[in-house]
Design a binder for this molecule. Structure first.
Ligand code: AMP
Length: 291
């Protein structure tokens, strides 16, 4: 099996137009490559949603605008051949792998900024990040015109930002948030895990352990935001090198909650921590997710 690789927006658009013209649905999974089982789960979900006659397209593009100058753009893992083999195995029809100039033609002037949901948590630590994400995803959506697009809830705030952008810009696509795929000990799969030394890898397992601790407390009836954050924070601190945040927030828009999570309000515990030189994020929707 092999997968068709497209390098230009025009080629992707033509392929998706042709699928829609024959009545097929188009499912789309944006990624930055270095594919693992988490990405593949999204592609399989896209297939399930568009059916056997639908077109499943995955993009592989390390988007420079979502990296700050101090971040790891140049060392971001690039494994295109292995990625294409994995896509073929997963039944992906088309991989869109454009060069930077193709996505950002010289002289482009438009960026997409989603306020509100982009501001807290990751937005505080990576102030330009979500503008880069929203911009590239809007461009990709306009290139592919997907009926359904699948995102991982591993990047929970990103999933909420994209959902909000699609609503505000009236982009006709259904955004699906797929559950996080984890290693056997609970660590969320991530392209960045490969940078962890054996010792760091063991310490990183405290991140899912912290989520589990808060989920247990929630299930036992704990509703105090501060207590839930403390339960998770206590597991994290001492294990990881720095905790950027450990925060219980509204699960729709990541806004702050009252002292006690109100009855019926969905809440997410979001965590960002540094282990060695690697920054990891994870989350769990309280009362819903299992880690
Ligand atoms: P990335 O290549 O890191 O930009 O991720 C591409 C997509 O895969 C995003 O929607 C991520 O949220 C999703 N993703 C990454 N890791 C996982 C995971 N462990 N489980 C589920 N989805 C994931």
């Amino acid at each position: 099996m092999s997968v068709e690789v497209l390098r230009t927006v025009a080629a992707l658009r033509a392929r998706c137009d042709e699928a829609r013209a024959r009545g097929a649905r188009v499912g789309f999974v944006p990624t930055m490559g270095a594919l693992h089982d988490g990405h593949i789960a999204l592609a399989l979900e896209a297939r399930a949603r568009v059916g056997p006659s639908g077109l499943v397209a995955t993009s592989i593009f390390v988007n420079p605008t979502q990296f700050a100058p101090t971040e790891d753009l140049s060392k971001y893992p690039r494994t295109l051949d292995a990625d294409l083999a994995r896509c073929a195995d997963a039944g992906v029809d088309v991989v869109f792998a454009p060069a930077v100039d193709e996505m950002y033609p010289d002289g482009d002037q438009t960026r997409v900024r989603v306020s509100g949901v982009s501001a807290p948590l990751e937005g505080e630590f990576r102030p330009t990040h979500f503008e880069g994400v929203a911009t590239v995803v809007a461009r990709l959506f306009n290139a592919a015109g997907p009926c359904v697009a699948v995102f991982g809830r591993k990047d929970y705030q990103q999933y909420r930002v994209i959902t909000r952008m699609v609503r505000d810009l009236m982009i006709p696509v259904e955004v699906v948030g797929h559950r996080t795929i984890r290693e056997a000990d609970g660590l969320a799969m991530s392209s960045r895990n490969r940078f962890l030394s054996a010792e760091d890898r063991a310490r990183a397992a405290k991140i899912p352990a912290a989520l589990r601790e808060a989920l247990r407390a929630w299930d036992a009836g704990e509703r105090s935001v501060r207590a839930l954050e403390a339960r998770a924070g206590d597991v994290l601190r001492g294990a990881v090198d720095a905790v950027d945040y450990v925060a219980v927030r509204d699960a729709e828009d990541l806004s702050a909650l009252p002292e006690e999570v109100p009855e019926g309000r969905r809440a997410v515990l979001a965590v960002a921590a540094r282990v060695g030189a690697t920054r990891l994020i994870d989350n769990a929707v309280l009362g819903e997710d299992r880690v």
